[in-house]
Design a protein around this ligand. Sequence first.
Ligand code: NAP
Ligand code: GDP
Length: 348
Amino acid sequence: MKSALITGITGQDGAYLAKFLLDKGYKVFGTYRRLSTPNFWRLFAVDVYDKVTLIPAELIDSASLTEALKVSEPDEVYHLAAQSFVGASFEQPVGTGQVTGIGVARLLEAIRSFDPKIKTYQASTSELYGNNKKEAQNEETTFSPASPYSAAKLYGYWMTRIYREGYKMFCSNGILFNHESPIRGLEFVTRKITNAVSRISLGLQKKLVLGNLDAKRDWGYAPDYVEGMHMILQHHEPEDFVFATGEAHSVRDFVEKAFAVVDLDWHKYVETDQRCKRPLDVNHLCGDYSKAKEHLGWKPKVKFDELVKIMTKADVERWTRWQKGEVFPWDAPNHLDELHILSRALKA
Ligand code: NAP
Ligand code: GDP
């Protein structure tokens, strides 16, 4: 039986990947953070909590990463843990560098010392392309990061290649375009929208406040993408691959489609506010996944319209259950309204 270690198993991708690997017959270990409030709701949502072994680990603490390797003795490591939110990286640029960037070096070094034959997947991102002017981005496109998050991820991307080339380790980057689902974090724009649309449709909220509506993203469905992560590590050699849908849609398009799912006109409910905008934004991301299609046989199954429907319907169903008094593991009832947060001085 193969054994896999997933760093960041409590996140969106960690939960779906755990389910996917368990179904493939893997023994699955996952790292989690010792937080003051437990954060296992996604593992319950995809029904894997009882089937995985949890190991406490923190990316700024090398000893905890070494211990996680000793406990799990993995054939494959999927390095998903990170401070993953671009917005927060502007609030905590140094911390994001430590966790999302140097955390990769800590983990690769721990793997090199423990067993350099372990295969490693690094969660790289389309944010690396930043405001590169190309219409569609692939493995050959120049990177031009536009946030502390993507600068940190660029370091992780290169460290992965350096360990591959320097030490002949099997380390590969998946350059994943945005992928979403009903268990996406509420700070990301897609889930922020579907959660608000659901609440508005049920009379629980009056308006939705957003930032830049013009930004375009290539949004796919997270379960499709975790399958690709596994394919990358089964490839005959370590290489980097883009996963995307090949379609770009604006935040405005997403809003319009999500309100349409509940038969409402978005113009009546959506406002914009400076506080939801970033000091620097990425305007257009659209991926070319031809290499993954040709070499791995990977392609996305769920495209934009279906994704918006899946996410909106899931949130409507959850808020409806909540209104009936049902209690179940879920993030939204305790989520803070972002407009209560003041992370930058408003004076210039
Ligand atoms: P996510 O839901 O934010 O999950 C991130 C995970 O990292 C969580 O388990 C989190 O633990 C853990 N973590 C955060 N800081 C940590 C630290 N200091 N030490 C140890 N663990 C820490 O992210 P995701 O959407 O699943 O994404 C997975 C990976 O893919 C991330 O590296 C992300 O940057 C990258 N990526 C995501 C996308 C996307 O569209 N989703 C696209 C490209 C790349 P807690 O649960 O305790 O917070
Ligand atoms: P990202 O692509 O990893 O930054 O994913 P996000 O979901 O956080 O943001 C996607 C795009 O939506 C970015 O261009 C944001 O500036 C834009 N956006 C517009 N309004 C909002 C908002 O209220 N919250 C977030 N998170 N993003 C917003």
